[in-house]
Design a protein around this ligand. Sequence first.
Ligand SMILES: Nc1nc2c(ncn2[C@@H]2O[C@H](COP(=O)(O)OP(=O)(O)OP(=O)(O)O)[C@@H](O)[C@H]2O)c(=O)[nH]1
Ligand SMILES: [Mg+2]
Length: 243
Amino acid sequence: MKVVVTVPTYNEIENIERLIGEILAQDERVEVLVADDNSPDGTWKRVAELGESNPRVHLLHRTTDRGRGRAGRDAYAWALEQGADLAFEMDADFSHHPRYLPAMIAALEGGADVVLGSRQVPGGKDIGRTWLRRWLTNASNLYVRIVLGLPVGDCNSGYRGFRRSALEAIDAGHAFSPGPAIVHELLYKASRRKLKMVEIPIEFVDREEGTSTLTFSTLLRSYVTILRLRWMGLTGKLFEATE
Ligand SMILES: Nc1nc2c(ncn2[C@@H]2O[C@H](COP(=O)(O)OP(=O)(O)OP(=O)(O)O)[C@@H](O)[C@H]2O)c(=O)[nH]1
Ligand SMILES: [Mg+2]
């Protein structure tokens, strides 16, 4: 069985090497794909070097069309092309710890189509964030859950895994969200396809190294995108749109 763990990166030089090491240590079937947008700090160079000596490490070096969503889309397309049976996505900043991967893999092997690393199920936690950031996360989570009618607790989780059939059912390789809203787009599509979703509790730890790419305008834009997603779902356009 082939398991691909994809990691979108932008300026994650402080995290990437240790992260890759810890991901690979979780399960010998795992391969890593880093989808880097030509990070000025040279994250992609480090990954390329690691890939030279380790065939389980792969780099998707993107030089145009920068974006968290674009990188995610291309990473899923790559995983499908390479024949992955299971594909995961996680952040590079250790907010999503690799130690949860075995339980997430087991959930997919046990029959789930989609698995989420979740802060919003018993045992899940949000650590090291300011109350304001936690409040923002909770409020935005509630908003997304209500507007899109999602059957899960943690709608904002970017830590997730899919069976191949699920990725195909939602056509993840052609996701249209350019930015972080790809997280919601794919979840909404999965729910519209009635895929079986399972949440695994995680302790979400705030970024310690590197800098955040989250800005207020990105946040606002993603609220509008949620409404757009809902509109597309209502008008039957959700699965027609690509880019
Ligand atoms: N390829 C690519 N990856 C990105 C881009 N923006 C962010 N990322 C990566 O996406 C993941 C999530 O981004 P974060 O900066 O951690 O966003 P966040 O978790 O909302 O905010 P902080 O943890 O506070 O920084 C990280 O692995 C980033 O390196 C981008 O434009 N292109
Ligand atoms: Mg982060």
